[in-house]
Structure formats: structure tokens, C-alpha cells
Design a protein around this ligand. Structure first.
Ligand SMILES: Cc1cc2nc3c(=O)[nH]c(=O)nc-3n(C[C@H](O)[C@H](O)[C@H](O)COP(=O)(O)OP(=O)(O)OC[C@H]3O[C@@H](n4cnc5c(N)ncnc54)[C@H](O)[C@@H]3O)c2cc1C
Ligand code: FES
Length: 368
């Protein structure tokens, strides 16, 4: 009798649970059915779009690609755009990435704003030049135990127009247990003059969705899409001396810049500090030594922080910062290009300002 009652109670509770879940699914479908809404861009383009998605996804569905380096996770701030009206109230997820001035100026994160009603936005005109490219993987090279160089050949005779230092956003496909497609930013490591293919240099992040796909599943011949080019981290066309500081896969945009300078020619004084842990993390060393021979005044300086005695490393050791002093001859006429983790960028920036560089001439891409 007792057992029968327990079974009946369990069945009753389960039944209620199923009914509640059903009601929630119906309610969610009904509540998020916003129908067709009007999207106005820069007070000139009017588009009819289906409501219910983020502004970022809605624009992407219309082939308008806003930078979104973190893939829409609300952590990079790259997707900032002005929402004049129709964006709803500012969300708690947006506040940490927006300054007070940006909040007052109606700047929002496109990945967080949901399109629910007619919406009126402003975006820079050059965003309309960003396109999606279909490619086939042409080459995969192991540079170190955790870094690969991958060449993507554009299809149908297409070419890409970018500045040395800019990045693309790679789109993964579902693989193994990963059911969702993700988007991640990668700096182009090949030169702009080679415009029918691009190379990316990708470091494996343990448990990382995109890098695991690239390192463990991607094969020569696979079809892959990316959008681009993005970013304002690009080589400035001046006569100023240059300091490059980038370790790991941060070498990618620096390689693009140096290959570009090799094409166009330069007399600029340039020094590249490549910070790494041990000799196992060094790669493309011979190629960068060739740059030393090619340019009038270029030095490649690898600096190892954790070299063991068995490695017989006779180069520079420790942090890169103390070595800047000898490379800076006129701080007011020196530009710096930094690439890597947010921690490295902020430590190096602080040090360069102490050496007298102007903050406006310190350009960086933070891979965080
Ligand atoms: C403008 C820009 C350019 C970039 N260019 C390059 C490039 O040229 N080459 C390159 O390899 N990467 C580059 N990145 C980093 C890249 O976009 C991804 O963040 C990185 O590859 C991890 O992606 P994932 O999907 O494998 O990891 P995710 O699935 O996103 O992350 C998995 C876990 O690892 C952590 N994590 C994320 N990124 C890192 C990291 N870099 N190091 C340590 N832990 C991390 C996350 O917090 C999370 O816990 C760039 C980033 C930006 C913003
Ligand atoms: S895409 Fe990164 S914060 Fe919006």
C-alpha cells in the first residue's frame, strides 16, 4: 500500500514536471516571437529582419559582419555599436565593457542587445567591406608542440584585401561532442600581397573549442569559412622606429607586417622581442634571421624566461622589458606593436611609457 502511494506520488510529480516544461517551451516560443521588424542603419539603409535574435546575429544573417572577437560571449567589447533607439535598457552584461561616456552616447554591445522591435543603429561605413570567404585548407604545418600554421585557399577566384596586422574570424563546424558552431578571432600571418590565400598561426588552448578543432580535427582539403578583415591593429605607414613585442602565436601579425615591409621596402630601424618560456617554444627562427639579412636595420631578439641549463641557451633570458632600453634610440619617434595576452600587453605598455614612448604610438591586439 505504502509502495503504491510512493509510486503514485512520483508519477504525479513527474507528470506535473512534464506539463510545466511544456508550458514553458510554448511560452518561450510565444514570447520570443517578435515577427518582422525594421532595422535602420546609419539613417539610410532600411531592412526588414526577423526579431528574436541578438543584434550581432541579426546583422550577420544579413551579411553585415560586426567585429566579435569573443564570438558573442560578451567578453571582448569588439562588437560595440551605437543603438539610437529600439535597443531596450542597458543590460548588466554590457556595463563592465562600456565606459560612462559610451553609455551616455548610446553605445551598446551588439551581441547582448536583442532585436525585439524596430531598431535604429549606427556603424562605421567600412564594416560593409567585411565579407564571408569560403576556403579550402591547403597546408597544415607543426611549428611547435602546440602551435600550427594553417593555409586557407580562397575559392572561386576570390581575393581578400587587408592591412598587415588585421585579423579574421574563423567559423568552426560541429565536431565530436561539440554540437555548436563557434567563431574565434585569428590574426592573419601572411602578407597582404598574397591575397588569394591566407595563413593563420594557431596555438592549442587546452579544452578550447576552436583550437581543439583546428589541432585535432582539421585536415588538408577541408572546407572552412571565415569573415574579415577586422581590426585597427595594423602597420602605420610612417618613418618611425619600430619595436615589435609578441610571443607564442602573437608572432602571426608581426610576421605579416615584416613580410609586407619586405615587399614594399623600408629603411626603418626595427627590433622584434619574442618572449617565450623555453627553446621548445621557439619557431620560425631561421625565417626571422633571414629578415635580419634582408632589412638595413632589423634585429630579432628571442628572450627565454624558463630555459633549463640542459638547453644550453646562450641568448637573452628573463623578461623582455629590461632589453628595451638598448633598442629605443628616440622614444618620441618610436612606434610599438604588441600582441599577446592582456597581462603581457599591460605590463609591456607600462614599461614602454616609462621608457618615454607616447601612449598613442603603442598599438596592440590583446588575444585574451
Ligand atoms: C584580435 C584577436 C586576434 C587573435 N589572434 C590569434 C592568433 O593569431 N592565434 C591564436 O592562437 N589565437 C589568437 N587569438 C585568440 C583566439 O581568438 C581564441 O581566443 C583562442 O584560440 C582560444 O579559442 P578556443 O575556442 O580554442 O578556446 P575557448 O573555448 O574560447 O576557451 C577555452 C578555455 O580557455 C580559456 N582561454 C581562452 N583563450 C585563451 C588563451 N589564449 N590562452 C589561455 N586560455 C585561454 C578560456 O577562458 C576558457 O576557459 C586572437 C584573439 C583576438 C581577440
Ligand atoms: S562579441 Fe565580444 S563582447 Fe560582443
Amino acid at each position: 500500500m505504502m509502495l503504491q502511494r510512493i509510486v503514485t506520488d512520483i508519477l504525479l510529480m513527474s507528470g506535473i514536471g512534464v506539463v510545466l516544461a511544456f508550458i514553458m517551451v510554448i511560452a518561450q516560443r510565444w514570447l520570443s516571437n517578435y515577427g518582422e521588424v525594421n532595422l535602420n542603419i546609419n539613417s539610410k539603409r532600411d531592412m526588414k529582419v526577423t526579431g528574436g535574435n541578438s543584434l550581432l546575429a541579426t546583422l550577420s544573417d544579413s551579411q553585415i559582419f560586426i567585429p566579435s572577437a569573443c564570438g558573442g560571449r560578451g567578453s571582448c567589447g569588439a562588437c560595440k555599436c551605437k543603438v539610437i533607439d529600439g535597443g531596450g535598457p542597458l543590460l548588466p552584461t554590457e556595463r563592465p565593457l562600456l565606459t560612462k561616456a559610451e553609455q551616455a552616447d548610446s553605445i551598446r554591445l551588439a551581441c547582448q542587445v536583442k532585436v525585439k522591435s524596430d531598431i535604429n543603429i549606427q556603424i562605421p561605413e567600412d564594416i560593409f567591406n567585411i565579407r564571408r570567404f569560403n576556403t579550402v585548407i591547403e597546408e597544415i604545418v607543426d611549428y611547435t608542440y602546440d602551435i600550427k600554421g594553417i593555409v586557407f585557399k580562397l575559392q572561386n577566384g576570390e581575393t581578400i584585401d587587408f592591412k598587415a596586422g588585421q585579423y579574421v574570424q574563423l567559423e568552426t563546424v560541429p565536431y565530436a561532442k561539440v554540437k555548436q558552431k563557434v567563431v574565434r578571432a585569428y590574426s592573419i600571418s601572411s602578407k597582404p600581397e598574397l591575397n588569394d590565400r591566407i595563413q593563420l598561426i594557431i596555438r592549442l588552448v587546452p579544452e578550447g573549442i576552436c583550437t581543439t578543432w583546428v589541432h585535432k580535427f582539421l585536415k588538408v582539403g577541408d572546407k572552412v569559412s571565415f569573415t574579415g578583415p577586422y581590426g585597427d591593429f595594423y602597420l602605420r605607414d610612417t618613418d618611425a622606429d619600430i619595436l615589435f613585442v609578441a610571443g607564442g602565436s602573437g608572432k602571426a601579425p608581426i610576421k605579416s607586417m615584416l613580410e609586407h615591409l619586405q615587399e614594399v621596402g623600408t629603411k626603418r630601424k626595427m627590433t622584434y622581442f619574442f618572449g617565450a618560456r623555453t627553446t621548445k617554444d621557439l619557431y620560425l627562427t631561421d625565417e626571422f634571421r633571414v629578415f635580419e639579412k634582408h632589412f638595413d636595420d632589423f634585429s630579432y631578439v628571442p628572450v627565454l624566461s624558463h630555459a633549463s641549463p640542459e638547453e644550453n641557451w646562450d641568448g637573452k633570458t628573463g623578461f623582455v622589458m629590461p632589453y628595451f632600453k638598448d633598442a629605443i634610440r628616440d622614444p618620441k619617434n618610436t612606434e610599438a606593436y604588441l600582441c599577446g595576452s592582456p597581462g603581457m600587453i599591460s605590463a609591456v605598455t607600462k614599461s614602454l611609457i616609462e621608457y618615454g614612448l607616447s601612449e598613442e604610438k603603442i598599438y596592440y591586439d590583446s588575444f585574451g
